[in-house]
Design a protein around this ligand. Structure first.
Ligand code: C2E
Ligand code: CA
Ligand code: CA
Length: 901
């Protein structure tokens, strides 16, 4: 009780630690994904930030350069004005009279558009000359610049605050440049003024360079604006920004610095020696705009990447959860294995290999064992758990033990039995060892055979021998195989296991009795034994199956050749006391280590290959292929599903009409079975009838089909329909094993159906041979008044006269011959021969598989009695039949162009 509880507790502890590890593994992936996500966003945003900085530097540099160009532009403009005013000044000073500007305009001077107006005022401020006509006397005595020039003897050019000239929509912002005029004694003698349209000063702005939200402005040294343009506003003096005090510079100004709230890179530059400052600015948004799309693309990429990482994390989490779950399962299996072995007489150890630096196994750690295992070593179990296996052994002897353990690791399986030598720590006289590789661990089982060895010699002989044949039996084979496998691995040779199954052995037993069967097995065993070389072994596995071990092979081909020799050995008939019989053998081949490293799986796989060879057509051999296993599994599935289906609604009958060749009148209908298999749809009988025949399920299935056909007739009868016969297919095996005559007789009685309404179809091959039982059964069926049809006629080897002897009523000629009719002339000749011979012997002929009107026409010509085929009708569900029974003549519906009779 105590050990059980401690075992369970141990296994629970184990499970907990697994789930803790599983948890850590589970969180690992989201963490990795999170880190990758952070790196991704960091890189993306970092890249964008870096682009920003580079762009910003460039934009600052550009706005500085623009300010410098603008300053040069302004300087050139002002220089022009400087020259004009200089000219006026010198003219006045040299002539003493003010220049007649009106005349100069007439003579083509001052026509440049930028100079809206040039005029001269005398020392009293009265305009005395003007480039535009004056309608009334004008005085500028009140202007600040006039007073300035009057009181200052500087002759430098002066630029005024802008003024708005005119009103309404045509208003213009003018900037006036003025210069002091002096008399010969250098006393104040008036002012020359040039008014310039501010727009002209701003024409430096072009959209290509400045965009739609750029800025240029001109300000005086006083910091007050003379002209400014911000974006589309041609002349906007509402600029809030104040110019720093230095001569030149660049700066990024936030949106608040401007009325339109647009952040800008601004450069400024003093205009040469003039007291003006030129300002140029670029909108930050416009500078960035072309790159915005790229940055958005970066962000999108990072976003998609993050989504991907998220899903990756989820998937990885799911996968590791599954892995964890599987590990836990393994642990559970291990725990239950141990619990299961506890209490038994065997010592059980789970060993984990210990490798040295060169990956060579040098020792094992006992990671698990049962109580019994500890008793064998004479210690407490706790002392074994976690300890090295070598710790229990004398080092010299351990080398020997280690060898076999390593061998088992390599081959996957090792089994032996020996007298325990004095240097061994095991407390027993003799021991049987069994080692199985499970995953990366080795499961070692020790069995104390001290008492058994007393009668060892006798016991093993009996235990290993097959009594009937004198060959080894399955246990003998299982003892011989592991050493052969081990040797093969060491010597780099292959070992093949050939499983030989006698085909249709059962028939011999049935036909000639069990003693004949035994005799056959003995002589088959002898034939196999005669083929063997030294060291090879043949065993009888039971029933009609044998197995051979071929050692020392270097190539698959050798196994292949051997299989061929076995097949040949079976070519000769077996002369038994009761009869001479012919028999083939199906052979499956497994080659180690490819097809199984241990004895059990090798034998199992060879057996699978043998069964697959058998179902592939008997008398053949086949190498094991992992896919065979899958095929076998599907077959077993189908077999089980079919077994369940037989008595259910899944089995249904379809009916296909058979009609008179000339008139098209319906004569009968063939019942064709269908399996409505859930999840598979409608399964064709071609897929499951052969399986049912092989497995014997056909016996019950055949009865169900017959019953359904009778039931259907009864139903139609009660509906008052004009009845026609139903033709039922019966397999050969139903004849030989099913007592079909008696079953039919019972049905006729039970359902009160007239025997003329039942027809039976059997294939040609089922009627062959001289099996007295089959012939008797056929005669019995006919005696019931049931008609007999030979199905698929032409595919077997029966002679017409043989069929006549069997008193067959009709031949159904296989549809391959129908198909040949219109293809070759031989086709027609052949068919014609069948028809005339059958008629001569009193049998009617049915053509199967009539698909075209042309075929029908030829068959009419050849005097074939009845036809069946898609041309007239496909097999139909029972519900569709009443309509046909009422219609009776079917050519009209089946044919597009009616056949002339
Ligand atoms: P079968 O006895 O020779 O049946 C005739 C097969 O030919 C049917 O296939 C039918 O659908 C098909 N057929 C009919 N007319 C045409 C045609 O014009 N062209 C072509 N290409 N085929 C045509 P189905 O129903 O798949 O049956 C296949 C075989 O399965 C049958 O061959 C028969 O051997 C077996 N089978 C069907 N039902 C039963 C049954 O109830 N019991 C037994 N033991 N075997 C059955
Ligand atoms: Ca048939
Ligand atoms: Ca047929």
């Amino acid at each position: 009780m105590k050990t059980w509880r401690s075992q369970l507790e141990h296994s629970l502890r184990e499970r907990k630690s697994f789930s803790r590890n599983g948890m850590a593994l589970l969180l690992l992936w989201p963490c990795i994904s999170l880190v990758l996500g952070i790196v991704l966003w960091n890189k993306t945003l970092g890249g964008i930030e870096q682009d920003h900085q580079v762009l910003e530097q460039t934009a600052l540099k550009n706005s500085g350069a623009l300010a410098r160009s603008y300053a040069r532009y302004v300087a050139r403009t002002i220089e022009q004005m400087d020259q004009i005013t200089m000219h006026v000044k010198y003219d006045l000073e040299s002539t003493g009279k003010p220049l007649q500007l009106e005349k100069m305009v007439q003579s083509g001077l001052f026509t440049a558009p930028q100079f809206s107006r040039v005029f001269i005022a005398n020392r009293d401020g009265l305009v005395v000359s003007s480039s535009t006509p004056l309608n009334h006397p004008l005085s500028i005595a009140d202007t600040s610049y006039f007073r300035f020039h009057k009181n200052n003897n500087s002759t430098a050019l002066r630029m005024e605050q802008p003024t708005v000239a005119g009103g309404g929509r045509g208003s213009k912002t003018m900037v006036e440049f003025s210069r002091r005029l002096e008399a010969a004694d250098e006393s104040f003698d008036g002012v020359v003024v040039i008014a310039v349209d501010a727009v002209y000063l701003l024409s430096f702005y072009d959209h290509l360079t400045f965009g739609n939200a750029g800025l240029i402005a001109l300000s005086g040294a006083d910091g007050a604006l003379r002209a400014a343009r911000v974006g589309a506003a041609e002349n906007d003096l509402t600029l809030v920004w104040t110019i720093p005090a230095s001569d030149s510079g660049v700066v990024l100004e936030k949106g608040e610095a401007f009325a339109d709230q647009t952040a800008r890179y601004v450069g400024w530059q003093a205009v040469g020696s003039y007291p003006f400052v030129a300002i140029a600015g670029l909108s930050r948004q416009e500078v960035f705009a072309p790159y915005q799309e790229t940055w958005n693309a970066y962000r999108r990429f990072a976003f998609v990447g993050s989504v991907f990482l998220f899903f990756f994390a989820v998937v990885a989490m799911l996968l590791s959860a599954r892995l964890g779950w599987r590990k836990q399962q393994e642990a559970q299996i291990r725990a239950s294995y141990r619990i299961a072995t506890e209490g038994g007489n065997d010592g059980f150890y789970l060993l984990q290999p210990v490798h040295n630096a060169r990956q060579i196994i040098i020792d094992f750690v006992i990671i698990d064992c049962n109580e019994r295992a500890a008793i064998f070593f004479g210690v407490e179990k706790d002392r074994l758990l976690g300890a090295r296996f070598s710790a229990r052994y004398d080092p010299e002897y351990f080398v020997v033990v280690l060898q076999s353990l390593v061998m088992a690791m390599r081959t996957g399986f090792y089994e032996d039995q020996y007298e325990v030598p004095p240097e061994s720590p095991l407390r027993m006289k003799s021991v049987r060892r069994r080692m199985v590789l499970t995953g990366t661990h080795l499961a070692l089982t020790l069995q104390d055979t001290s008492y058994a060895t007393l009668h060892k010699a006798e016991l093993s002989r009996v235990a290993k021998q097959d009594e009937l044949t004198g060959l080894s039996n399955r246990s003998g084979l299982m003892l011989a195989l592991p050493p052969a496998l081990a040797l093969a691995v060491n010597g780099n040779r292959m070992v093949a296991v050939l499983v030989v199954g006698l085909d249709d052995f059962k028939n011999v037993n049935d036909a000639h009795g069990h003693s004949a069967g035994d005799e056959l097995l003995r002589s088959a065993a002898r034939r196999l034994q005669d083929l063997l070389g030294p060291g090879d072994l043949v065993a009888r596995l039971g029933g009609d199956e044998f197995a051979l071990i071929l050692e020392n092979l270097t190539h698959d081909q050798e196994a292949n050749n051997f299989a061929e020799r076995i097949s040949q050995a079976f070519h000769q008939p077996f002369n038994l006391a009761a009869a001479t019989v012919r028999l083939t053998a199906s052979i499956g081949i497994g080659v180690a280590p490819r097809d199984g490293a241990d004895a059990e799986s090798l034998l199992k796989n060879a057996d699978i290959a043998m069964h697959s060879a058998k179902s592939g057509g008997k008398g053949r051999f086949r190498f094991y292929d992992p896919q065979l296993f899958e095929v076998l599994r599907i077959r077993l599935d189908t077999e089980q599903a079919l077994m369940r289906a037989i008595d259910s609604d899944e089995i249904q009958l379809f009916y296909q009409p058979r009609v008179d060749t000339r008139s098209g009148e319906m004569r009968s209908m063939e019942a064709l079975v269908r399996w409505m298999r859930p999840g598979h749809g409608m399964v064709s009988p071609l897929e499951f009838i052969p399986l049912a025949e092989e497995t014997g399920l056909i016996l019950r299935l055949g009865e169900v089909i017959i019953e359904r056909a009778f039931e259907q007739l009864v139903q139609w009868k009660t509906q008052g329909l004009p009845l026609l016969p139903v033709s039922i297919n019966v397999s050969a095996r139903q004849f030989s094993e099913g007592n079909i005559d008696r079953f039919l007789a019972a049905c006729l009685k039970r359902f009160a159906i007239d025997p003329s309404l039942i027809e039976i179809e059997i294939t040609e091959s089922a009627t062959m041979g001289d099996n007295a039982d089959t012939i008797a059964e056929l005669i019995a069926i006919r005696a019931l008044g049931i008609k007999l049809f030979i199905d698929d006629f032409g595919t077997g080897y029966s002679s017409l006269s043989q069929l006549q002897r069997l008193k067959m009523d009709s031949l159904k000629v296989d549809r391959n011959f129908t198909a040949e009719l219109c293809r070759t002339t031989e086709g027609e000749v052949f068919f014609k021969a069948i028809v005339s011979m059958a008629h001569a012997l009193g049998m009617t002929v049915v053509a199967e598989g009539v698909e075209t009107a042309q075929e029908l026409r030829v068959l009419q010509m050849l005097d074939c009695d009845e036809v069946q085929g898609y041309l007239i009708s496909r097999p139909l569900p029972a519900a569709a039949i009443p309509a046909l029974l009422r219609q009776r003549f079917l050519f009209a519906i089946g044919l597009e162009s009616p056949v002339l009779v």
